[in-house]
Each structure stands twice: as C-alpha cells, then as structure tokens.
Design a protein around this ligand. Structure first.
Ligand code: ZN
Length: 555
C-alpha cells in the first residue's frame, strides 16, 4: 500500500496535467484540517466607514479578531444605500491580509433604490435602475475581492405596477423565482465574473426557510449557479413573540437541509447576537458546529463590540476553544429522513420540523424524497411534491414506516390512491395511531406532541400530562427502531446521531438526567467523548447528566 501511495504521489509531481489537477484541488479544498473550525466576522459598510478608516481603528479591529480567534474577515462594500469608499476598502483589505487573515468582500442589497412594496428592506428588481445599480455594486466589489458574500436580503416580495405588468400570467411565486434567477445571472454573477474571473460569489440564505417560496429564494436553482452557498443559523430567545418563538433545532435543520441542496458548495453558518442573551447566543455556535459548518461567521464587528452585545462576544471568546474541541466529533449525521421539498409551503405547520427535532427525535433533513429509506418523517411540507402519494406507497411496499403529522394525515384522508383500513385522522384525545398500510406502517402523531417544545411569552412550556407523556414515549419507541433517541428526556432536549457517536444538548432551563435508546442495545455501555458546561456521563455508564444549555457527546 505504501509503495502504491508513493507511486501515486510521484505521478503528481511529474505529470503537468496532474500537477494542474493537484493545484486546482489545493485551491478548491478548504485549507484546514478535518474537523477544524474557521471563525470569521463581517465589517459592514458602516463598520468600514466608522472603524476601518484609521490605522488605530484597524489595529483595534485586529485585536478583536485575535481575541475571538477570527482568521477570516469579510469587508463589506455596500449596505442600506451606502457604498464604502474604495480607498478605505483597499486599505482595510491590505491591512488584514498583511496581518495574515483571509479577506473577502460582502454586499447587502438593501437601499439600492426603489423599495419592494412588501418588505421595505428588499428592492423591486423589475425596476431597471435598480438592476443597473445592483450590477454596478457587484462590478465595484468584484474588482476589490476574490470572494463576495451576499447577505440574506437578496429577495423580493414586490407587487408594484411594474412587477404586475412584467409577471403577466405567471403566479407571483413563478415570477419572483424567474426574476431572481435572471438578475442573479445577468446583474450579479455575470458582471462580477467579467470584472474578476477568479471571484467566487456566495449566496447566503436566511433562516426563515419556510417562506423562501414567497420571496423568490430558490435554493436548488441558486445553488446551481452561485459559486457557494451560506446558511443563516440565527437562533433567538425561544420565548420571544417578536422573533416568532424560534426553536434551537432550526439552526441544525436548515444547515443540514441546505447542505442536502447545495452539497460541497455549502461553506458555513452565520448568526448574530440579536434577540439573544449571552447564554442563548452560545446555543448558536454549538448548534452551528453540530450541524457541520466548517466556517462560523459572527455578524458583525460593530454589533459585537457595542455595549448592547459585548457580553455575547465575551461569552463566545471564553468558550471558543471548547467549541473547537467539539468539531472533530462532528461527522456522519444520521436520523430519520425528514422531507421538505424546495419551494414547499408549510400550510399550518410552519417550523414544525424544528419542533419535532426538539422532541429528541433525530432528523436527517432532505429536499429529496428518501427513496429506499426504512422510515421517513412527513408533514404538510411534503405535499410540495406532486408525486408524494406514489412515492409514499413505494416506501410502504418496501416495508417502510412513515411518521405522518396530524395535519398531513388530514389532507391524505380519503385519497383513493392510499386506501387505509380506517380514517387517517386521529380520534378525539388520541395522540399516536399506527396502521398497517400497503405492506408498511403509517404512524400518525398529534400536533400536541411537537407543540410540547413551544416556549410561551412568559418563558413557560406546557406541562406533560400523563396522557401526553405516554404518547411521547410511544412515538419515541417507534422512532428507536430506526435511530437513537431518549424515552425519558423532557421536550427541548435534542439528540444528534453522528456516525457511531451521539451528541445530546439540553436546551431547557433546568438540569436534565436522561438515557438513550435505539443503539441496538449499545446505549447501556456508553463512553463519554466530550462534555460542555458541566455535562457528564454518570458512573452507571448510561445516564446523561446535562445542566441547562450543556452538551455531551458519547459513543
Ligand atoms: Zn416592483
């Protein structure tokens, strides 16, 4: 084996063609050891003006980067109608490069001209002057940087008279999808590559993945034409009405789902300190790294050094090394395939997939129907696939199990293609129902179960009634035929199977003791591999002891 390796390497040294291939690989592959984390931050266009225009400001910014372990910076040329001065951008770029940091550019497409009639931060992209302004911003930026991130305001929900005329007989969704693809090609990627053939343009997707279809985000088509994609893994205080009661699992779900869409183009995760406490802020690096992001992007310098969010940055700096130690254990993501087609509408089940993950039910998010899988989790979103029922029948015929949410069961009821022995709808006061259909099993679960993870405006979760406790255990028992879970963990404890390892995170505000099940009996002889914030495996080798917001990795 050693001699064959030597032969292979000597070929690379002597063949010009292979030398070119190896150089290309060196350029394309991330220059980091497996499992390492690159920390990065952004200087918004306003940060560039306010903090990077003097030598002293640049030195202070560099000190911040050193303290946070940041080795890559994004220097933004445009945001909110303001374009940073070329001389300042160049001085900042060269300063950070000389200090040994990797430097990229960024553009935020807010305030470019005529607003969208919907969300004011977005633009009307039918409007020709807006298109021309957009192109000029990307031409300007591509001349300065070899990589350009686009922040997640690159969408439209405009219904102005120009848009209405241009859409003709198309639906708004069809028109916006077509328009955003067209301007991406003709006003962003094309002009940027024309100015700088080496430039890589990254599209960052917002964390609000259930609304992409309303605003012209088409992740599969955009991933195909952009050089890279990025993932918004922002989490918020789950009790916040303002932020929509977000679940921490969302950061994991969207990262894995967009990785299924974008494959190796998926470059990293991005989060900010807004709507968090220092404790909740730290759920973001933890969840983003568990999801597999090789680069963690901390938005943004001006906020993280402001009095409002300094505490978040201090907390992050104090824990950074612990997160870096977690990364080598993170690979081999598994769980029950959980299907959300691209552009699917969630109906009344928006973000239910995050809630299911918060029940300790591990998901393997996918934008493609999991053909050949032994089990799948299906919710209203799956109806975005017009071929759902035939595909489901195929899964059942292969003795598969489909976990079906109550709202989806209701919509599937009475479909002659899916004959069931009794109605799919749950009976009154019934929370889990299993029926044999087409050679496999359908497990219908009540929406009362995912709702157990909901945190209300007073920071309370619903009490587990004996009935719901029994139903949750029954659902988890069925899940344990296919993946690892916990029968006794309360809601808001997430289980992340990682190859032969399992990470467990306690997102509740109370200490939790729990056990794992579903590792084919192996769960009784666990070994602790990694612990964060005082988590530990009890001497019995089976009980996981997790303080609030703590994490444990076992095998
Ligand atoms: Zn318009």
């Amino acid at each position: 084996m050693i001699s064959s390796c030597n032969r292979k390497w000597s070929h690379i040294h002597f063949s010009p063609a292979l030398l070119a291939v190896s150089l290309l690989a060196t350029i394309l592959l991330p220059a980091r050891p497996a499992g390492a984390v690159v920390w990065s931050t952004l200087f918004t266009a306003q940060d560039v003006r306010d903090h990077l225009s003097t030598e002293q400001g640049r030195q202070e910014a560099l000190e911040f980067c050193r303290k946070m372990g940041i080795t890559k910076v994004y220097i933004e040329s445009f945001r909110d109608g303001y374009q940073a001065a070329e001389a300042t951008l160049k001085a900042a770029r060269d300063f950070f490069r000389q200090a040994g940091l990797t430097v990229s550019g960024c553009v935020t497409t807010t305030g470019i001209g005529k607003h969208s009639t919907g969300w004011q931060v977005a633009a009307c992209y039918t409007h020709r002057q807006n298109q021309e302004r957009l192109e000029s911003i990307f031409r300007f930026t591509a001349a300065l940087f070899d990589e350009i991130m686009i922040d997640d305001f690159f969408f439209t929900d405009c219904e102005c008279s120009e848009c209405a005329a241009a859409k003709g007989a198309l639906s708004w969704q069809q028109y916006r999808d077509k328009l955003m693809m067209q301007i991406s090609r003709e006003r962003v990627i094309g002009p940027a590559h024309a100015v700088n053939p080496n430039v890589k343009v990254i599209i960052k997707f917002p964390q609000w993945y259930e609304d992409f279809q309303k605003r012209g985000y088409v992740p599969d088509q955009e991933a195909a034409i952009f050089d890279r994609i990025w993932v918004g893994t922002e989490l918020r205080n789950p009790s916040s009405d303002e932020w929509g009661h977000k679940q921490q699992y969302e950061g994991y779900f969207i990262y894995r789902w967009l990785t299924d869409v974008g494959g190796s183009k998926t470059g990293g995760g991005w989060f900010d300190p807004f709507g968090t406490t220092p404790t909740l802020y730290l759920d973001q690096p933890l969840t983003t790294i568990l999801a597999g992001a090789p680069e963690v992007f901390l938005f943004h310098y001006g906020a993280l050094t402001s009095p409002d969010y300094q505490a978040q940055a201090e907390a992050m700096a104090a824990r950074r090394v612990q997160y870096e130690k977690l990364a080598p254990f993170v690979s081999g993501w598994t769980g029950i395939p959980t299907y959300k087609p691209v552009s699917s509408d969630p109906g009344e089940e928006a973000y239910v997939l995050d809630e299911i993950g918060m029940l300790g039910i591990p998901e393997a998010p996918t934008a493609h129907f999991p053909e050949g899988a032994r089990a799948a989790i299906l919710t209203t979103q799956a109806l975005g696939d017009a071929e759902l029922v035939p595909k489901l029948l195929h899964l059942l015929a292969a003795r598969g199990t489909a976990f079906i949410s109550q709202p989806l069961a209701h919509r599937l009821n009475g479909d002659p293609r899916l004959p069931t022995p009794s109605p799919l709808d749950l009976d009154k006061d019934q929370d889990v129902k299993t029926m044999e259909v087409g050679g496999g099993k359908l497990v219908v679960f009540s929406d009362a179960l995912p709702h157990l993870t909901h945190v209300d405006g007073q920071n309370r979760v619903e009490q587990l009634t004996p009935e719901l406790r029994t139903a949750l255990e029954e659902l988890r028992r069925k899940v344990s035929d296919f993946t690892v879970t916990s029968l006794d963990a309360p809601p808001r404890v997430a289980v992340y199977p990682l190859g032969g390892r399992v990470a467990v995170v306690n997102y509740t505000e109370l200490p939790v003791d729990c056990r794992l099940t579903g590792l084919a009996g192996m769960a009784h002889k666990l070994t602790q591999l990694y612990a964060l914030d005082g988590a530990k495996l009890a001497p019995d080798g089976a009980t996981l002891r997790l303080p609030p917001h703590a994490a444990l990795v076992v095998e």
